[in-house]
Design a protein around this ligand. Structure first.
Ligand code: ZN
Length: 565
């Protein structure tokens, strides 16, 4: 395109302006643009734009740039991109398409080719503002850069080169960890292998993998986890220490579960982050902490932490042990798999092939005269009975169980045939909890509630909502602070059933047998005692205080909360 015509039709210059320049300048686009710039007719960005047009580069508008997905690629860091005002925006069959503001640019091209010799490079023009915006967005949404690495690896595999798999696998692990994930999964979703990360309890899709890439990433993971894949029908376990950077490492537990499709498996990787934090940062209320301190003063009996998978019950149990541990106190643990290392605790891991099960452990452990026994999740009736029974042998037994709330935990103990009199003699307290996501404080959206809605909420639980109160909901688009999720971190909502208080467990017997309505009686007595704040009440208080949202609570208490729709 002739840029002189274009500039005239763009009303940038007039024919009169041009006639002031020598013909040699008029005929040389570079010279003309420069001269117009010096004459103050073209801004710097306009000069760049017309130069790109003169050299036949495609022009991307700012709007088009907003619709692109900028990518992070090997060897091209943010500094490089900012220096050259250029960033990769597309990858198609071995070709990387770059947006750049200053074109043509021989130095940029040679620097890029130096780093990515095997790919072809094409360039389009965009304004510096649009490119800088794209670089900003890129550093925010890591999934995009993973997608690019996957595409890059796929293109290389098709050229017979597997080198990119190593850096791709590393980057998948790093990205998940950096985003605060507890677990990384690779599963087949809708027949497509997909990498997912559990962040704040929610499984989020990080990036899909083409089958060719998936197989190689799997191979790479097995290699670093030190597991061999002779038999896909068997679950595999492994462990790896992964270098996040030259200064930081993380231990990862690696598990594969075979799935029906031959040669495919479900991969779960758990980051074994070092055990940090205390009960306060967990978000327990002061009254809960007080109740737990009371429980930890018992020298005998059982304390049970319950909740569904992912409710943080075993973390809570560990926090409580650490908080309550006195100098010289002897704490021994028995866990299916050691999830977190604990200081000053003798930790034992189940090993049935070596004959180490709960029974043999107990026999050995009791000989060591422990003050506290921590028994990781009990699942079978036999193990549950053993754990509760150990509560009257002169040690404090702390264990965890899968159950929805404190009352259902009691019910489950009965179902598992623990003798009722043993339950009510040995169990001192049950703590049940959920972890709900905290609203991002920077982007949460306020809503004022009216009288009718306040009444509805107060009918759920009496937590004192008033007309005109402000509650919050998440911003669906999120913000930079919360990595575009609307939520950031989690907080516990918990309830403590203090069975040691005799007024809670009275009136439940007829002679030596439990009354049929014993559970309702306990529930009612716990409520009327004034000692117990149930989980939903705790959650609603967090809503009232702007910490979480009603819709987040509904995920856990949908049945209770139907009336507020
Ligand atoms: Zn936010």
């Amino acid at each position: 395109m002739d840029i002189v015509d274009l500039m005239i039709s763009d009303h940038i210059v007039t024919i009169g302006d041009l006639q002031g320049f020598p013909v040699t300048v008029q005929k040389d686009p570079d010279a003309l643009i420069e001269a117009l710039g010096r004459a103050g007719k073209l801004s710097e960005v306009q000069q760049m734009r017309y130069r790109a047009i003169a050299y036949d580069y495609t022009i991307k508008s700012d709007e088009e740039m907003m619709a692109t997905t900028p990518h992070q690629i090997d060897g091209i860091d943010r500094e490089f991109m900012m220096f050259y005002t250029a960033c990769p925006i597309e990858l198609a069959r071995g070709t990387i398409i770059w947006a750049a503001a200053d074109l043509p640019n021989k130095r940029l091209v040679s620097e890029i080719v130096l780093r990515h010799r095997k790919s072809r490079h094409e360039f389009v023009w965009a304004t510096p503002k649009a490119i800088e915006g794209a670089i900003e967005r890129m550093s925010k949404r890591e999934g995009h850069s993973l997608k690019f690495l996957v595409e890059n690896a796929y293109a290389q595999i098709n050229q017979g080169n597997d080198d990119a798999i190593v850096s791709l696998t590393d980057e998948i692990i790093r990205t998940a960890f950096k985003n605060g994930a507890t677990d990384l999964h690779i599963e087949i979703l809708n027949r497509k292998p997909t990498v997912l990360a559990r962040i704040d309890g929610e499984l989020e899709e990080l990036v899909p993998l083409p089958v060719e890439v998936y197989e190689r990433v799997l191979g790479r993971l097995r290699h670093i986890a030190g597991v061999r894949a002779e038999n896909y029908k068997k679950p595999l376990y492994g462990r790896m220490t992964f270098d996040l950077s030259s200064r930081q490492q993380v231990d990862i537990r690696y598990t594969t579960q075979p799935i029906t499709l031959e040669g495919t498996a479900k991969i779960a990787m758990r980051f074994l982050r070092s055990f940090e934090g205390n009960l306060d940062s967990f978000g327990y209320s002061n009254t809960t902490i007080e109740k737990i301190d009371n429980l930890m003063r018992f020298e005998e009996g059982c304390i049970i932490f319950s909740g569904p998978t992912g409710s943080g019950k075993s973390t809570a149990a560990r926090l409580m042990i650490r908080r309550g541990q006195r100098p010289g106190q002897n704490v021994i643990s028995y866990e299916k798999q050691i999830e977190e290392r604990m200081d000053n605790v003798i930790q034992t891991e189940e090993d049935t092939s070596a004959g180490l099960n709960l029974e043999t452990f107990m026999y050995a452990a009791l000989g060591l005269d422990p003050d506290v026994l921590f028994i990781g999740e009990v699942r079978s009736p036999e193990d549950t009975q053993k754990a509760i029974d150990a509560g009257n042998l002169g040690h404090l037994v702390i264990t965890t169980m899968h159950a929805n709330d404190t009352f259902m935990t009691l019910d489950r103990l009965i179902q598992r045939k623990v003798p009722p009199e043993q339950i009510f003699t040995n169990v001192r307290g049950i703590i049940s909890q959920r972890l709900v996501r905290r609203l991002c404080s920077k982007c949460k959206i306020p809503t004022e509630i009216d009288l009718e809605y306040a009444d509805k909420l107060n009918n759920l639980r009496k937590v004192g909502f008033r007309a005109g109160d402000i509650i919050y909901r998440p911003n669906r688009n999120g913000c930079e602070h919360c990595r575009y999720r609307g939520y950031l971190g989690r907080i516990a909502i918990e309830e403590v059933l203090e069975l040691w208080r005799k007024d809670i467990s009275r009136n439940i017997w007829t002679n030596t047998r439990l009354r049929p309505d014993w559970l309702d009686i306990i529930r009612e007595q716990a409520r009327s005692s004034g000692h117990m704040i149930d989980m939903l009440s705790g959650g609603l208080l967090h809503v009232k205080n702007g910490i979480t949202s009603l819709e987040e609570l509904e995920k856990f208490f949908s049945a209770d909360m139907e009336t507020i729709q």
